[in-house]
Design a protein around this ligand. Structure first.
Ligand SMILES: [Zn+2]
Length: 288
């Protein structure tokens, strides 16, 4: 079974846990580390002969177009993480439409290739943003990977996991939701992000073996800053600092173990119906 490997490409200072309007205004003056970290990830992937989906911020692509081109040239899938890491829940529907349209245009301009996928900053498509999926359909996205059971208030949304087709008022879209494990009654996406750094690798491997037995694909997600133990430290809440800076040294060796023990691919390759739709759309554009 091929699992899904994805990276949310953003600067270490853009994460939601450290968000403040004052810091937002300083983004262009803070030390940029996203390119070196992302290219390091690409090296690790090349060593393991593995391709992934990179959900990239439009803001980052504008400043690092060569990095985006290099990833595309290496055969990785380029997808959108929105423009400026604004949570969907703090945008209006119109702002959200502008954000996903702008980032898609920037990425497509840089690579010359179609962008099919979107992941919201901090998985912030929830039951409070019912307009989000129809807007993604209208803006030409084939799939979304923003639903994380952990962050859903509604039980109904929280129970839906794995890859499934969602019918919206604007047409259909695939949802590539993060699978979770139940720990003491709480659903946790334990194989991605902070959980991958928190739990020993053996726990992540056990979780993944369980998923495989159940026939479920893992949607693994990490960020370039998670392999960067030397990044400058930011001020913020204690819990945010704990979660952001925990075990940064361990991410890269753990990722290497993961790539050795399991098989991964980008979303557009590992989900058959999405691959078929992407190919059909590309075909239509060539012949039209
Ligand atoms: Zn993000």
């Amino acid at each position: 079974m091929r699992h899904i490997l994805s990276f949310d490409v953003e600067e270490h200072f853009q994460v939601s846990a450290f968000w403040s309007d004052a810091r937002r205004r300083q983004w262009d003056r803070l030390e940029s580390r996203v390119e070196q970290n992302t290219l390091r990830l690409a090296e690790v992937l090349a060593q393991a002969e593995t391709k992934a989906t990179f959900f990239i911020l439009g803001w980052v692509a504008e400043r690092h177009p060569e990095m985006v081109k290099a990833l595309a040239k290496q055969g990785h899938e380029i997808a959108s993480h929105g423009y400026g890491h604004e949570l969907v829940t703090s945008q209006t529907d119109r702002e959200f439409r502008d954000d996903v349209r702008r980032s898609k245009h920037i990425l497509e301009d840089v690579t010359g290739e179609r962008v099919f996928g979107y992941r919201a900053p901090s998985f912030s498509i929830t039951d409070r943003t019912p307009w989000a999926l129809p807007i993604l359909v209208e803006e030409g996205y084939l799939y979304d990977s923003s639903i994380n059971a952990r962050f859903q208030r509604s039980e109904k949304v929280g129970k839906e996991r794995g890859v499934r087709e969602v019918i919206t008022t604007a047409g259909n879209i695939f949802e590539v939701a993060l699978p979770t494990a139940s720990l003491c009654g709480i659903q946790l996406p334990i194989a991605g992000g902070g959980y991958f750094r928190l739990f020993p690798y053996s726990a992540s491997r056990m979780f993944l073996r369980q998923l495989e037995k159940a026939g479920t694909q893992l949607v693994m997600y990490l960020h370039p800053w998670e392999i960067d133990p030397d990044q400058p430290r930011m001020n913020g809440r204690l819990v945010s600092k704990f979660r952001h800076y925990l075990n940064l040294k361990k991410t890269e060796p753990r990722l290497q173990c993961l790539l050795r023990d399991f098989s991964f691919a980008p979303v557009v390759e590992s989900v058959h119906p999405i691959r078929a739709m992407a190919q059909a759309r590309a075909q239509r554009e060539v012949s039209g």
